[in-house]
Design a protein around this ligand. Sequence first.
Ligand code: SAM
Length: 259
Amino acid sequence: MITKRIKDLAVKVLNKEEIKYVRNAFDVVGDIAIFSDFPEELKKKEKLMGKLILENYKHVKVVMEKVKEYSGKYRLPKFKIISGENRKETIHKENMVRIKVNPEKCYFSARLGNERLRISKLVKPNECILVMFSGVGVYPVVISKNSEAKEIYGIEINPNCHKYALENLKLNKISNVKLYLGDVKKVIKKINKKFDRILMPLPKSAENYLDLIKGRLKKKGIVHFYDFALESEIPKSCIEKVKKVYPNAKILNVIKCGN
Ligand SMILES: C[S@@+](CC[C@H](N)C(=O)[O-])C[C@H]1O[C@@H](n2cnc3c(N)ncnc32)[C@H](O)[C@@H]1O
């Protein structure tokens, strides 16, 4: 996320009244800048704002704004290009990997790069890992490149994500990742394995899938359970959700990641 100078830059194209509405942040996925809440009051100036971003952030080639909230079967947003090249696909670089993605067709958060690296650093040599909800494969690919994991399994329900994930394995020359397309509830039954580590990066509803991993962890295995919570509810609410299904689980750590 870039939080510098947008207001300062905007003085060139906006008047004093308009400047008040400028939000000082946008996300960058690859070479695409994304405004998640472009102010209504500045709609008439959006092209000018987009141009300003292109001129001042040389790595940005496309500027988009979110025009529809997360919705539909795969809970995806809609974006409108306001400036730059006419494409929504990009290659995002992080943690020594390259990830091809179209943020309108696949969920992707550039803000979680540090979290992905944190997990990779916890992985011990020869671990067998399951990434439920693997998206465009960013967790499997980052872990593969930054650890000595033996094998990593990913499960994703959105066919577009799965397609990009397969491409991302090739792009990064990854050979120890196996990806499955389908609902984790069905697909997990096809993977006859126990894991050293299971990741559940579905913060909106991961608790609904906790019972699926019963009997799937090796002794001393670790689960990374992601959850949305108010700052004031951390760590209580996440621990409660886990303890409801696994009263004897040992909580190793609760950390804040994302926003
Ligand atoms: C929050 S995104 C995380 C994606 C990826 N791990 C990342 O960090 O970019 C959750 C993903 O889970 C997928 N998903 C949701 N429900 C699923 C299910 N029942 N089975 C498999 N995948 C599912 C969604 O399509 C989405 O790509």
